[in-house]
Design a protein around this ligand. Structure first.
Ligand code: PBG
Length: 333
């Protein structure tokens, strides 16, 4: 080489990065609020907003406040809300789960009434409703009886459908729960209510803050006998296939960031099913904690994570950042 400029080939990727105008044209993955789903925790009372210590900006809400948040999210273009209930009364069978007067059912009716165009999805599980915090029953000798609790899951799903839920989302990872709920909904006259299955849900350390939020930490033991081993990806496809066979309309992978490969493989194997990924409480808490310490630029870090989840293949992202991210996008991120 002489003192003239080095010989560069004609293919210079940097040309597409010279201005935001051109970067925007070249962008492969776009975030849109319609692909975000906002989880809301609902409970009894009025005017209640109890902030969750490990999830700054996330609250346990009374139904009126949940309607307010849902309306705001809808105004920002957010696609849907996912409702979790915190009952006043917990017992061994999770009796409150299918009570039409419980917070989730009341919030579903109120949100569908106030913002009919916003999708309302309800979480179907017993762990928020049982006093021992497990997703099913405990037998007299202390063992977990998950299958025995399937009729309770079906009753909860039917109660949510009666309240007007667009989709129900079984999250307990019990074999056969999707099929049981599908038959139960059809038999109860709700063939049009869809199932958003937590098909691929790992036994993750990232659910901790959620369990504070929903007061649903297991009193003893853990969920490793029914939630998936974080080491397994091939098994994810088996879980997803079973749920599709049983009538799942949408699939979910959960958590999101530590499972981007699983999101990619699940989308490739089931391209015709909308795929959601749940950016869970611990993932949210990590970003919040780093931002509070000034160790990360929250807006850039959160949008980068959400983009990576979409880039991996998720059509929908369930995230506590849904409204905030929609606001950031509106204001020009
Ligand atoms: C209930 C349920 C959990 C989450 C969603 N549904 C907790 C669990 O399985 O222990 C976690 C969500 C989050 O961490 O944001 N079965």
């Amino acid at each position: 080489m002489t003192d003239s400029a080095p010989a560069l080939g004609p293919d210079r990727p940097q040309r597409l990065r010279q201005s935001e105008a051109v970067r925007r044209l070249a962008r492969e993955t776009r975030l849109h609020p319609a692909s975000f789903i906002l989880p809301l925790f609902v409970k009894a009372g009025e005017g209640v907003r109890d902030e969750i210590a490990s999830m700054p900006g996330v609250f346990q809400l009374s139904v009126d406040e949940a309607v307010r948040e849902a309306r705001e999210a809808a105004g920002l273009g957010v696609g849907g809300v996912l409702l979790f209930g915190i009952p006043e009364h917990k017992d061994a069978e999770g009796s409150a789960a299918d009570d039409d007067a419980e917070a989730v059912q009341r919030a579903t009716r109120a949100i569908k009434d106030a913002v009919p165009d916003l999708a309302v999805i309800t979480d179907v599980c017993l762990c928020e409703y049982t006093d021992h915090g497990h997703c099913g029953f405990i037998t007299t000798d202390g063992a977990l009886d998950l299958e025995g609790s399937l009729p309770r899951h079906v009753a909860a799903a039917v109660s949510h459908a009666r309240a007007g839920a667009d989709l129900v989302a079984p999250s307990s990872m019990i074999d056969g729960v999707v099929g049981a709920i599908r038959s139960g909904l059809d038999a109860a006259g709700f063939p049009h209510v869809g199932i958003f299955s937590y098909a691929v849900k790992y036994a993750s350390a990232f659910y901790g803050p959620f369990r504070d939020a929903a007061n649903s930490a297991p009193a003893f033991g853990d969920r490793r006998t029914h939630q998936m081993d974080p080491a397994n990806a091939r098994e994810a496809l088996r879980e997803a296939a079973l749920d599709v066979e049983q009538g799942a309309d949408l699939l979910m992978v959960k958590p999101a960031l530590a499972y981007l490969d699983v999101i990619r493989q699940t989308k490739a194997a089931f391209p015709d099913r909308p795929l959601g990924a749940y950016h869970v409480s611990g993932e949210y808490a990590m970003l919040k904690a780093a931002a509070e310490r000034g160790w990360a630029d929250e807006r850039r870090a959160a949008l980068e994570v959400l983009t990576s989840i979409r880039r991996a293949g998720a059509d929908l992202v369930i995230t506590y950042y849904a409204a905030q991210a929609a606001r950031w996008l509106r204001d020009g991120a």
